[in-house]
Design a protein around this ligand. Sequence first.
Ligand SMILES: *Cc1c(COP(=O)(O)O)cnc(C)c1O
Length: 361
Amino acid sequence: MEKRIYNFSAGPAILPEEVLKEAQEQLFSYKDTGMSVMEMSHRSKAYDEIFKGAQNDLRKLLKIGDDYDVLFLQGGATLQFSMVPLNLMPPNNKADYINTGAWSKKAIKEAKRVGEVNVAATSESTNFNRIPKQEELKLNADASYVHFTSNNTIFGTEFRNEPEVGNVPLVCDASSDFLHKFVDINKYGLIYAGSQKNMGPAGVTVVIIKRDLLQRSSDNLHTYLNYKVHSEGDSLYNTPATFSIYVVGLVYKWLLNMGGLDEMYKRNVEKANILYDYIDASDGYYIGTAEKEDRSLMNVTYRLPNEDLEKKIIAEASAKGFSGIKGHRSVGGIRASIYNAFPKKGVADLVEFMKDFKKNN
Ligand SMILES: *Cc1c(COP(=O)(O)O)cnc(C)c1O
């Protein structure tokens, strides 16, 4: 099949075509090595360049200083739900969590196994259709850290700015909006993100950690779960997800070639506005599920007048090559995920399709 469809999947998700083509060209034999990246030792010179290149390009994109480590781990964001409290909760053994959806809840569940969790704010009573305001946050000055989920993949909400947390380290699950814009890394103690939403194929989890937090990691921790071990092993303590890291590295190069994260953000705002503007102009036929000021630029969630129409539009969309727009069951309706690699034309075409559907139904 030569033709590609519009892939609105929430994750694993669309990748830049340029990246796929480059990986295809290099699949059989990478540069002059005579082997695929998949077949290469993670300790080889060629792979070392790929690995360090990816780390350095990420440092360039986010202007990450030497006071932070960049780790490429496995286990997804899900393992970070455990690693974060295991490493960072001591010695106070209490942490603040902002509950903005299903992923926050899973993070809270794991943290509770380690210590005391204070839910600093939650939007659960309105089915997570909004981001709690700064004034709502009940933060503890002696918390070990504050955890938040920057983009809520399922509910279609996103923090516009980081919560203000004073001197307490800020920890962020950025799995579904990492690199959609520039963020000031110095505001964070730790950011983690699984690769398969906005950054590459599944298999690698980026963890950016402020080095001074590494002293909290106890030697009693299981080896793989200890950030200090990964830091001291230059993130190569054990075999990393070599091919995924290679593709993620190609995505970083693609982002740099596009003009970096400010340019990416401009495009993301433009793209999301095409869809949100039409939803708001549809006389209530399409209804966004998130509060306007908290709407995600990555996952656009909306409903139709009834569930039968929702089933119908999903079926018709899929037949026309708009794939993966079915909303998560906890919200229902439609979710169009329009990550960095998703083309603007695809969003405009979806809107044209939605206009036709409204006219005919
Ligand atoms: C997808 C997702 C996760 C889970 O990622 P895994 O790689 O499956 O562990 C966690 N947090 C957010 C915000 C997500 O979107």
